[in-house]
Design a protein around this ligand. Structure first.
Ligand SMILES: Cc1cc2nc3c(=O)[nH]c(=O)nc-3n(C[C@H](O)[C@H](O)[C@H](O)COP(=O)(O)O)c2cc1C
Length: 377
């Protein structure tokens, strides 16, 4: 199987997920990526020392890790105890975590995030309304731990003049991530958060240059890409997109056209990767049948393609072997198995994830206490 550069895609006889891959300047030793996972253990929006162990447990030499969604400003939060990267204190707090990953030879990208209307006044400075592309509010939603129901406040529609300020928050956050030592950033353009609130036609009801046509709806996302690329360079910028998901009331009438328009536009900026969520991951928590596929986007995108959403070992191997993706990001399996690539290698049984502790705030339980596989001697 040949890849886009005409190189051999996977060496014969090897486990496809465990073959090396060159992502821009980064030589990855395997293709099993830690997906971004919100864990809500960053008290007061400041990353905590217990994250050092959590991330270093999941680090392999030349393996790629994507940090949990990290707020770009004081209006970016919608969940308790999520980390930020807009203050000096937060940047300093990330440094020992990033250092620990680097000490074990990992490559670490920071996912930068603004929730937009997926918030309520309790998370906002001075109890103000959350910001969005729209004034339409979201109905209460069951969170993916299957327990909590999140409540949202009616958002305030950003004025046209305010939008460049939010773009600038992403630029500064990217700069801060590099200052903290991260190898790059992933723009969170998925799952119904602020960027998707602009991209998707079931949310965006604007009449200015940021609403209406597909080009206009994608303008905000692409202005962020451009600003961040100009700030830290395209070889350190990735983006996560989920055109097919309908989380947080964010669906689109033509997700394939949206996905294709985005990847074709991203090619102009030569960013390092595009990370896409599988159509089967349409509603959170389970795979569903979908007539769609990421293949048109994978084919149209010139950089590294990462797929995520409901993967197990076998279908990850097949996706790589068939050249349907370059890398596979694992969320829940990696959360529960700190040594996931090793377990894939030796076909060890996997720990089961515990939904109830996904978002609890304990610094150990459900966080760093998932056992490593013990090889019998
Ligand atoms: C506990 C938890 C937290 C998550 N947090 C994030 C996040 O911060 N950013 C993001 O883009 N996706 C997030 N996701 C989605 C995952 O990155 C991943 O795409 C999803 O779990 C599907 O992959 P999986 O089947 O391998 O778990 C989260 C998922 C879970 C279960």
């Amino acid at each position: 199987m040949a890849d886009k550069e005409g190189e051999k895609h996977v060496e014969e006889g090897k486990i496809p997920l465990l073959t090396p891959y060159k992502m821009g300047k980064f030589e990855l030793s395997h293709r099993v990526v830690l997906a971004p996972l919100t864990r809500q253990r960053s008290f007061g929006n400041v990353p905590q020392p217990h994250a050092i162990l959590y991330y270093s447990q999941r680090t392999t030499k030349e393996g790629l890790l994507i940090a949990e969604a990290t707020g770009v400003s004081d209006t970016a939060q919608g969940y308790p105890e999520t980390p930020g990267i807009w203050t000096k204190e937060q940047v300093e707090a990330w440094k020992p975590i990033v250092d620990a990953v680097h000490e074990k030879g990992g490559i670490f990208f920071c996912q930068i995030w603004h929730v937009g209307r997926v918030s309520n006044t309790g998370f906002q400075p001075n109890g103000q309304a959350p910001i969005s592309s729209t004034e339409k509010e979201i109905f209460p939603q069951l969170r993916s731990n299957g327990i909590d129901v999140a409540q949202f406040s009616p958002p305030r529609k950003l004025t046209t003049e305010e939008i460049p300020l939010v773009v600038n928050d992403f630029r500064v956050a990217a700069r801060n991530a590099i200052e903290a030592g991260f190898d790059g950033i992933e723009i969170h353009g998925a799952h119904g958060y602020l960027i998707e609130q602009f991209m998707k036609d079931q949310v965006n009801d604007r009449t200015d240059q940021y609403g209406g046509s597909l080009q206009n709806r994608c303008r905000f996302a692409l202005e962020i890409v451009e600003a961040v690329v100009n700030e830290i360079g395209p070889d350190r910028v990735g983006i996560r997109l989920s055109p097919f998901t309908e989380f947080m009331g964010a669906g689109d009438s033509n997700p394939k056209a949206l996905g294709l328009y985005m990847v074709e536009s991203l090619n102009k900026y030569q960013i390092i990767y595009c990370h896409m969520v599988e159509p089967r991951w349409k509603v959170e928590g389970e795979n569903v049948e979908s007539p769609h596929s990421l293949e048109p986007m994978r084919k149209a995108f010139n950089g590294t393609f990462i797929s995520a959403g409901g993967y197990e070992m076998e279908d990850g191997n097949t996706a790589v072997a068939e050249n349907r993706t370059d890398l596979v990001a694992y969320g829940r399996l990696f959360l529960a198995n700190p040594d996931l690539p090793k377990r894939f290698e030796i076909r060890a049984p996997l720990n089961k994830y515990i939904r109830e502790t996904f978002y609890t705030h304990h610094p150990v339980t459900g966080y760093t206490d998932y056992p490593f596989h013990e090889t019998k001697v």
